[in-house]
Ligand binder design. Structure first.
Ligand SMILES: [Fe+2]
Length: 413
């Protein structure tokens, strides 16, 4: 009898987990679409209802069967073997559980990009360093009170990636990757000023921003004190994201232009560094513009793609992109033990929520971003990243020599 109850409990647990996975997976696909969020919110109601109603139906089916079949306690067997009103909620939940197992397995088997190494990780506690909490008047204030919320901190990560075809003059070049600042006012300007100050202290060769700058148009006034303070020898390049798309992008692009940032939306900008060449393409699809046209005949050029969403990963592989930098998914914002993230607005669900990915010939880095519209980060700290490009055939000694000599090199343009 105890075994029967344990089997019932096991089936109920599988059903609850499957349901808790299925509806976020639906919402993830929904919010990957280039449709205004007000319209998408209407379709989200299905998620909101099912997340609470289906567990009641699952439990109810087991209880009903248990009491209508006093001869046996194995309600789980009856649920699975006999059709009834419970068939639909159980079928959906078991599909969700299958998806969960598949996702966890895919994550565990994920191949790391060639030569990838997390060189350093530094956690910056902004509240502690400022001596006060950088909290503004923006929305969702209650989320700031959630225990374990990491929004007032950020990681300062240095990551190395190897590329066999990298021109030797680009060896050890550094790229600062910033993404998803989401100025909305809940985190005060001083938080973002510290993020940019610590990013600038790396003294990167090239700086890129991969979209979602603002959630409130008037906070464009924060740009001079944040992104406007950043400088790099090879320049600062950006694209915008879906949250910017909801606003008036013209003044945002104009302000960034005045601050020295170059717009890569739907185009390719070329950067030369001695005999090394970088093509920087920008992709704001599916929300804005067109795909950038790389010069695929130039095999010596390092192809760098800035794409707000990692959903363009397959397209990047087809174009022979060497390195793709993305954001958008914020790492999932809440990451559960074993299960991982649940919410990630991508047509691939949580697969590209954040981290490092590789599919020949493209390495992809998906930043967890600096902030978000909703100020909640659990086990998913905001990050800024300094990327080191490494020529994979070089020995460590050669790299050290290159690094020392680089100090006297100047960019061609
Ligand atoms: Fe974002």
């Amino acid at each position: 009898m105890i075994v029967d109850w344990l089997i019932n409990l096991l089936l109920l647990s599988v059903g609850l987990l499957g349901n808790a996975w299925l509806w976020p997976a639906y919402v993830n696909r929904l919010y990957s679409l280039p449709v205004p969020s007000e319209r998408l919110d209407r379709f989200r109601i299905l998620h909101d209802v099912a997340m609470f109603v289906v567990p009641i139906l699952l439990l109810g089916s087991l209880v009903q069967i248990r009491f209508s079949h006093p001869e046996g306690t194995l309600a789980a067997g009856i649920v699975l073997a006999n059709a009834g009103w419970w068939t639909l909620p159980w079928a959906l939940s078991l599909v969700g559980f299958g998806g969960l197992i598949l996702t966890i397995t895919t994550r565990l088997l994920r191949a790391q990009p060639p030569g990838y190494e997390l060189a350093t990780r530094e956690v910056v506690d902004v509240e502690q360093e400022l001596g006060y909490r950088p909290q503004g008047e923006g929305p969702h204030q209650r989320m700031l009170k959630v225990p374990g919320n990491q929004v007032f901190t950020f990681e300062r990560n240095e990551k190395k990636f190897s590329f066999p075809n990298l021109h030797k003059d680009l060896n050890e070049l550094t790229i600062l990757h910033l993404s998803d600042l989401h100025f909305i006012g809940t985190l005060d300007r001083s938080y973002f000023e510290m993020v940019c100050e610590r990013a600038a202290s790396w003294n990167p060769d090239l700086i890129v921003f991969t979209g979602d700058l603002l959630d409130r148009q008037e906070l464009i006034s924060w740009l001079p004190g944040t992104l406007g303070k950043l400088r790099a020898a090879l320049g600062c390049y950006y694209i915008l994201g879906n949250h910017d798309w909801h606003l008036n992008c013209g003044p945002i692009r104009q302000q960034l232009l005045e601050l020295g940032w170059k717009d890569c939306a739907g185009r390719v900008q070329e950067v030369n560094y001695h005999k090394g060449k970088i093509q920087i393409g920008g992709d704001e699809r599916p929300w804005m513009g067109k795909a950038p046209e790389f010069d695929t005949s130039d095999e010596n050029a390092f192809k760098l793609l800035l794409s707000h969403t990692p959903d363009n990963f397959s397209w990047a592989q087809q174009q022979g992109v060497d390195l793709m930098l993305s954001g958008h998914n914020h790492g999932g914002q809440v990451v559960l033990p074993i299960i991982g993230p649940l919410y990630s607005p991508s047509r691939y669900g949580v697969r590209y929520a954040g981290g490092e990915f590789y599919s020949s010939p493209t390495t992809m880095h998906v930043s967890r971003g600096v902030s978000g519209k909703h100020p909640l980060r659990i086990n998913c700290r905001p990050e800024i990243t300094l990327i080191h490009l490494i020529k994979s055939t070089e020995s460590i000694e050669n790299i050290e020599t290159e690094r020392e000599s680089k100090a006297v090199l100047v960019p061609v343009n």
